[in-house]
Design a protein around this ligand. Structure first.
Ligand SMILES: [Zn+2]
Ligand SMILES: [Zn+2]
Length: 241
């Protein structure tokens, strides 16, 4: 770009950090400054090889207590950041304050952080966790679909927006115990287009993983519809310590 054009563009449309709103001269596509990027805590090993829950301290990856007791229906799950601090703020602004442009930094950071995991898993298709049509109407968008559109582009995978649907209204999972969450989502999902998932390795996408009950129920339904494999990715992972 012509340096004068850049000076003018920066003057009229200053690239600002999405978190602290400071000016970033070389913002790139993510638009989050180095300091704020450093405040986002990545999910790091050691972690459970299956559900991806991080363990405290050093050591090798191993199965967590829950996954060694009963293997989940999904084959593996990974998240980019711990759901706390600035990450929580970003996701809240994206989801509840209508700042849908935040899908770009979130998806681009996920595309980079999970690139190795996704290429190893070699999925055939991305399936976003669906919203109930009542919630879709009130929110106006499905956050997982918005993220999925960008990730599908980055990873050159098809996005199957309508592969699954929510057939039952569920109360928000927040404030529910792990058992209540499992019960709450039981029978809430269906595969709407089994041709989109039968015999395929599915990359199931959601914004946050808390106890995993939602993605676990989706994975169960996807496998029932013939998916050969289900791996889960989320932007954030809530860890109850
Ligand atoms: Zn910043
Ligand atoms: Zn586990």
């Amino acid at each position: 770009m012509n340096p004068l054009v850049k000076v003018l563009l920066d003057f009229f449309f200053p690239p600002l950090c999405h978190i602290c709103h400071s000016f970033i001269p070389d913002a790139g596509a993510v638009h989050i400054c180095q300091a704020c990027r450093g405040a986002l805590k990545p999910v790091e090993p050691p972690m459970c090889q299956v559900c991806g829950i991080p363990f405290q301290g050093a050591g090798a990856d191993h199965l967590c207590g829950d996954c060694s007791k009963a293997k989940p229906h999904f084959d593996a799950a990974r998240a980019v950041f711990l759901y706390e601090g600035e990450c929580r703020e970003l996701i809240h602004a994206f989801k509840y304050r209508n700042k849908t442009f935040l899908r770009r930094p979130l998806a681009l950071m996920a595309a980079g952080a999970l690139a190795d995991f996704v290429s190893t898993q070699a999925p055939d298709v991305i399936v976003p966790v669906p919203l109930h049509k009542k919630r879709l109407r009130s929110r106006g968008f499905n956050q997982a679909v918005l993220l999925g559109e960008l990730l599908a582009h980055e990873w050159r995978l098809p996005l199957e927006r309508q592969a699954m649907c929510r057939i039952r209204w569920t109360v928000p999972q927040i404030n529910l115990s792990a058992d209540e969450r499992r019960h709450n989502v039981k029978g809430a999902f269906a595969v709407a287009n089994s041709a989109a998932v039968a015999g395929k390795s599915v990359l199931l996408l959601d914004d946050i993983l808390t106890t995993g009950s939602t993605v676990e129920e989706c994975a169960r339904i996807l496998k029932q519809a013939g998916a050969s494999k289900v791996v889960v990715i989320t932007i954030a992972r809530a860890v109850m310590r």
